[in-house]
Design a binder for this molecule. Sequence first.
Ligand SMILES: [Zn+2]
Ligand SMILES: [Zn+2]
Ligand SMILES: [Zn+2]
Ligand SMILES: [Zn+2]
Length: 489
Amino acid sequence: MNGLEDADLQYFLSSYGLILSSFPEKGRGLVSTRDFSPGDIIISQDPYVCAPSTSCCDGCFSRGKLKMCTSCQMTQYCGSTCQKSQWKLHRLECQALIGLSEDRKKMLTPTVRLMARLLLKKKLQDDNTIPTTSDDNYDVLLALVSHMADIDENKLVLYAQMANLVKLVLPLMEINIKEVIENFSKMACNAHTICDSELMPLGTGIYPVISIINHSCLPNCVLVFEGRKAVLRAVKHITRGTEVSITYIETALTTTERKKLLKEQYFFDCTCHCCNTPHTVFLKGALEDNQDIILNGYRCKAKPCHGVLHHDSANNIYRCKVCGSTREKHSIDQINSKIKLLSERASRCVSSKDYLEAKDLYKIVEHLQLKIYNPLSICLMKTQEDIMKILIALNDWEGALIYCRLTIPIYQRVYPAIHPLVGLQYYTCGKLEWLLRQAGEALQSYTKAIDILRITHGTTTPFMRELLLKIEEANADARLLQRKTALLQ
Ligand SMILES: [Zn+2]
Ligand SMILES: [Zn+2]
Ligand SMILES: [Zn+2]
Ligand SMILES: [Zn+2]
């Protein structure tokens, strides 16, 4: 990016209380030039281009009643307003799609479609059919890192194949294969998954300004989506001069796993506070054992000891730090391989919607995991989460509520206090309690949900308005129940 465009971007950012800065270790990033409080929207941005990956409106990413584009039969809209809003770009895309054979159409993955849209948007901005602004232009995208030097041969071959496919989709356009390959590489580490309010993925978008924000495993901001718009909210007090950060990955992992994932997918060594001090952490005011050992370590077998086991590599055994008792490595390995086999079978059952069989298998997995893992371990949380979802699919609210309640203490340990997933888990808990006519409990869970979600999601979206209504309903019901009980006494 040249100096002038950088100046344009700086001017744009300054209106949001942000400044583009350079960091010796990690390159560019955004720093606040004023204070932000939890819940404040720092910046919101529409994507440069985006593409749905599931059945939703191409304009607003809503689901519900949709109509196919009659010409290409490949994009869907909730109504004419959304169709019109996308027409300039889709007109060109539609022409290209009509010309494709059915076989080719099947090869169009969301990523390939996103790239085709990217090239079409650039063309439309070059001809001034779509206006260019300081945050909505191809140059902002050009400035993003591509990590071309870091990607392996197999990936390069794949990107080249995808680039050729893009060329086939857009035969009338002059396409620079090398540039498209580089753009695929940029997409891999810069594109964002667009999710609905409950964090279910809907598609992918490129948000060049949001992409400048660096990662932290304990970030001070959260990125949520309102339709296709990315909204960055502060989750902590951010004082002037602080770098704003989001997390690029699901953080319910151990430090080693997080570092590995970030290195493989985003090509950097995380040096955030969490990664730099993994051995001892402050939890609930006390200096505790290594968080990672609690999250994926094995437990002491001796009752009632709750100690975690440390690997004694010299003797190839695990030893409890609290009571000194030991467990053989091979017995733990045996249980682990059983768990792996059963989990794979259970997940296949879920795919084929055989929920009853899946439930039974996951319950055996849970039983085995409880034998060797700490009750607060991540793998146990994931199994319990799977069981909860299966029970919801089976309309077993009572069973689902038990599992939902089991996961909450682990959520609280794995995620920071203000995290959308923690809020959403309380929300699920509240919905189940409400279905089971436990109005008082539902009210408590909804309130905990709203305390978190009002910061991460704001209060004005349809999803949040619905939650606020549910609280009112639960509140009225709980009061009614109180009055009834008072009368009976
Ligand atoms: Zn729409
Ligand atoms: Zn069309
Ligand atoms: Zn980190
Ligand atoms: Zn012990």
